[in-house]
Design a protein. Sequence first.
Length: 401
Amino acid sequence: MRETVAFAAVTSTEHPNGQAWQPIADRGGPMGLYDTARREVVPFTPGRIVSMYTCGITPYDATHLGHAATYLTYDVVQRRLRDLGHETRCVRNVTDVDDSILGKAREIGVHYLDLAARETARFDDDMVALEMLPSYSEPRATGAIADIRGFVGEALDKGHAYEAGGSVYFDVSTYADFGKISGYSTDEMLPLAAEHGGFPDDPNKRNPLDFVLWQQSTPDEPSWDSKWGPGRPGWHIECSALALRELGTTIDLHGGGSDLIFPHHECEAAQSQAVTGQPFVRHWMHQAMVRMDGEKMSKSLGNLVFVSELRKEFDTRAIRLGVIAHHYRDAWEWHDEIMPTAAARLERWIAAGEGEAGLAETRAALDNDLDTPGALAAIDGAVEAGVGGVSAAAALVGVRL
Ligand code: ZN
């Protein structure tokens, strides 16, 4: 179990967007959640409606456990917020045009949108099987080109961007808070930018950390007309344009894998705040990486465990339990004992049957920075004590008994 983080209880919520609202009494709360930008656990006290944005997939390969861990984390957050009486609106985008999907489509000789449609359908199938709460919306980057062009135009008009060599770049020197979310120095940011397609050596850039908003397409890439010449959006701007369009200027909680903190989220926040003049995100929440064979599970390394493969052998509820037995801020290693352990746990819970045993302890664990291992331990404890069924507590972590 994690050390309990104490903070003053919030008895009434005056939300910055003007909604005066009170969570349902006698259910505990508020949730304490670690905020990446503030680097501490803080009370998460949104208004009745909670706007959430999680960076979605680039659909060019099957869903692996690293993806599943990220979306399961935000699923459990939403379940606890809904338990407190909130309405959650979680947008998850689909990055259906970027360097990686275009590269894969070229490699296997299919149209990139056919590849995207096929892999998005497989992803959706895994999400439904894992009983994820449905997204509020799942907008596609290619469906937001007009929004993106408008956004680039505003960034230029406001002096935060410049044109060079047929592309448009964000000028980080115009944005004093660049680096505030990650807390990284320039020396730490540069190699990460290079690793994640930021091309710090691009001769068109004034500063190596400037990032592309609109880029020229190569002859075999998709291209849309714009004032700055035909091209396609940069990666980061897709999420800013979609988040602003779907949820408004300020989002309560923005999430994704911890590998997105820099450059992706730092760049998203910089361009969004530069253009709107408003805070972009109130709370940043990041999922640690899942590892296998000592390395981060990733497509480039090929050390992947696919949800679709696990589904052939195990109950999807056990897959969920296997993943959330790990805390979202701890990187963890996938190994062969995880699934048998989770399957046995599920059997014990099912045998305990319906009831509200362990519910208060489960809520308290989730309020402690989404301590899912603590929540599972609380449910196990209720089962072992034989004090009743645990279906309500199990439902809070998304397991239907
Ligand atoms: Zn994103």
